[in-house]
Design a protein around this ligand. Sequence first.
Ligand SMILES: C[S@@+](CC[C@H](N)C(=O)[O-])C[C@H]1O[C@@H](n2cnc3c(N)ncnc32)[C@H](O)[C@@H]1O
Length: 312
Amino acid sequence: MKPDRGERERHCPVMVEEVLDYLACAPGQTVVDATVGSGGHAAAIMERINPGGWLIGVDRDPEAIERARERLARLGRVTLINENHARLEAILDRLAVDAVDGVLFDCGVSLEQLSSAERGFSFRLDSALDMRMSPQEETTAADLVNRLPEAELASILREYGGERRARSIARAIARARQQRPIRTTAELAAIITAAIPPRARPRRLHAATKSFMAIRIAVNDEIGSLRTALTAAIRRTRPGGRVVVLTYHSLEGGETKGAFRLASKGSLCPPFPSGEPVRVRILTKKVVKPSRREVRANPRARSATLRAVERL
Ligand SMILES: C[S@@+](CC[C@H](N)C(=O)[O-])C[C@H]1O[C@@H](n2cnc3c(N)ncnc32)[C@H](O)[C@@H]1O
């Protein structure tokens, strides 16, 4: 396994030009980056909204907030909030902001999180089985794999990871934990790999890739948080403002597509006090994908999909 020597790779922001275009950033705007990460998109947004702009950056990972602070503090007015974006409405209330000009979501994990041995996201780096994006969350990946009933584990692996061998893997996990608790990423990766017959193992991916992703999504309730946050973002974007979402996984993409569709019919968010529905116009009838050039330069961009709406 590749050791983490503390020289983490830096996350390369995906589809930056497309994000800026769909956000329609202009000087003086207030924009929320709901997944500020290391501040790559946020720095580009700040360049466009200054002078006079205000960037509100949210991330549930305190280490990401520190990285973003280092990168963004000198660029202009920025407020960084270490919280789950599912609480976006409460965050904006605290800042006394009624409506913003744009909200960006860049879902999933960052390269810094994946390449940090201590965080336990990767089967390539042996460490405690953690996978929490925020240390304030109570449930770790170890809690989940050691405590969940086998059938529930199987459905997480199938639903969140698209893992066809979900039942065999869940059975192998249930058997292994009867001997002793599963504590590390290497132990879990070995159990998963052994549960898949060699001929059935994926050629290009590590055998544990899908299961690790599924467990990470479950530990962090990524789909539930996105669902709540999308409603909040649409409600708190001013008419004419934009909500832009980058997803890397069919479940996140489906959740976004569904929310945007409902919002385009005025049935996602509670109506205004006047009874008028909160509506959007879908700007991306077809999803937007990164250019071939970008994928060549940054292969991690290949699964990215951009969707955007304008508040009416
Ligand atoms: C793909 S990275 C974002 C990278 C960022 N756009 C950049 O250019 O550096 C995703 C970030 O979203 C954060 N995140 C994921 N789910 C979140 C949630 N529910 N609330 C707040 N932050 C979240 C992760 O901690 C991670 O830092």
